[in-house]
Design a protein around this ligand. Structure first.
Ligand code: SOE
Length: 378
């Protein structure tokens, strides 16, 4: 066995999702490289110790710079608020560490470009956690498109809807609520949720040339948990945009945290010349597929239960018909990253690939401000 000694920075929701993936991968995927949970790092000693104990990390650090100095750490996993990604990633690359970075890559394109330069100069393996690509039904959508089953693609439609920030007295900033603070998150739904939709979209359907967006901040001021003051809200609470793909297809994207009744409803639908595909995170193991080549009397949307051994990743899990869930997308990402180490190949989405998503997010935010169409410079 070849070990990959991991040091994770941050112990919130993503710290847990990634730790679970590191712990699980070896039980299901037969790969020579296997992760070892070497160190957990966080600013609050008591909390990080409790986290390390729960998830089985061998040691703790309260200063990420100390973690980077350690010779027994091969890979750094950045699960912090977005405003720390750039500084940590650049320092980690300089220290020769591999990097697995939570999404979005950075606060903005300028930071993202520095991060890409740092990892490429250091030659360290790098990946960004856009996990939804590795839900088997989504990976299967990619296979069907690459096989040419849809033919020419005309339309791409995606939504990511939530409702958890409607209350006006919900504060911004700090643990759990940093996603509402523009100084910690960089943006609102665009970087947090649409970034997922964009990553999937450009993976499935190629690059986006231009966008036209509208954004809104419904609650203009919120109490800030750290300053204790009521402060202006700088994030986009909702964003909808039109896009043109380089292949000529038209797209509509929408995201909001004000869609009462929806908790994490990520959906997409793709309409091609011969077939269409649709997927829904709330029913994540199913892929809806319509094929115009079917006999006309039998034509209709099929709901494929993506749990068969021949479906992506599914031969590693249970028996056909038994489904897996959200957390498995992270396990698959770790498995692919480890396989990439075996083969000495980069694994998508690399920092450079995630920079394309960042550029689209930035163009969307710019268009939301100006009201004009904005070209995406890739
Ligand atoms: C926000 O609520 C959030 O947790 C995102 O940060 C994740 O990336 C998304 O997958 C689910 O929603």
């Amino acid at each position: 066995m070849k070990t990959l000694n991991v040091g994770v920075i941050g112990y919130g929701f993503m710290g847990r999702a990634h730790s679970n993936a590191y712990r699980t991968v070896g039980n299901f995927f037969d790969i020579a490289h296997q992760p070892v949970l070497k160190a957990a790092c966080g600013r609050n000693e008591e909390n990080v110790k409790a986290f390390a104990e729960k998830w089985g990390y061998e040691s703790v650090e309260t200063d990420w710079r100390k973690l980077l100095e350690r010779d027994d750490i091969d890979a750094i996993d950045i699960c912090t608020q977005n405003n720390f990604h750039c500084e940590i990633a650049i320092a980690a690359a300089k220290a020769g560490k591999m990097i697995l970075c939570e999404k979005p890559l950075a606060m903005n394109v300028a930071e993202g470009e520095q991060m890409v330069a740092a990892v490429e100069e250091a030659g360290v393996p790098n990946i960004v956690w856009y996990n939804y690509r590795r839900v088997p039904a989504v990976t299967m959508a990619k296979q069907l498109i690459d096989e040419g089953r849809l033919g020419k693609i005309y339309h791409y439609r995606a939504q990511f809807l939530q409702d958890w920030t409607i209350a006006e007295d919900l504060p911004q900033g700090g643990a759990g609520l940093w996603r509402l603070d523009v100084n910690e998150a960089g943006s609102g739904v665009t970087g947090d949720l649409l970034a997922h939709c964009i990553d999937t979209a450009i993976w499935l359907n190629g690059s986006i040339d231009k966008v036209s967006a509208m954004t809104e901040t419904f609650v203009k001021e919120r109490m800030h948990n750290i300053s204790g003051q009521v402060e202006k809200v700088g994030i986009d609470d909702a964003c909808a945009f039109l896009a043109r793909f380089a292949n000529g297809s038209l797209a509509v994207f929408e995201s909001t945290r004000y869609a009462r009744g929806h908790k994490a409803l990520y959906t997409f639908e793709i309409n091609g010349e011969h077939a269409s595909i649709a997927w829904d995170l709330h029913d994540l193991h199913r892929l809806s597929y319509f094929d115009h080549k079917d006999d006309s009397n039998l034509r209709g949307w099929r709901s494929i239960h993506v749990t068969d051994g021949e479906h992506p990743y599914m031969d590693k899990w249970w028996v056909p018909g038994l489904q897996i869930g959200y957390e498995h997308s992270f396990v698959h990402q770790v498995a692919d990253f480890l396989q990439g180490l075996e083969e000495g190949k980069p694994v998508s989405p690399t920092f450079r690939e995630a920079l394309e998503t960042q550029k689209i997010c930035e163009a969307v935010l710019e268009s939301g401000k100006s009201g004009a169409w904005v070209n995406v410079e890739c």
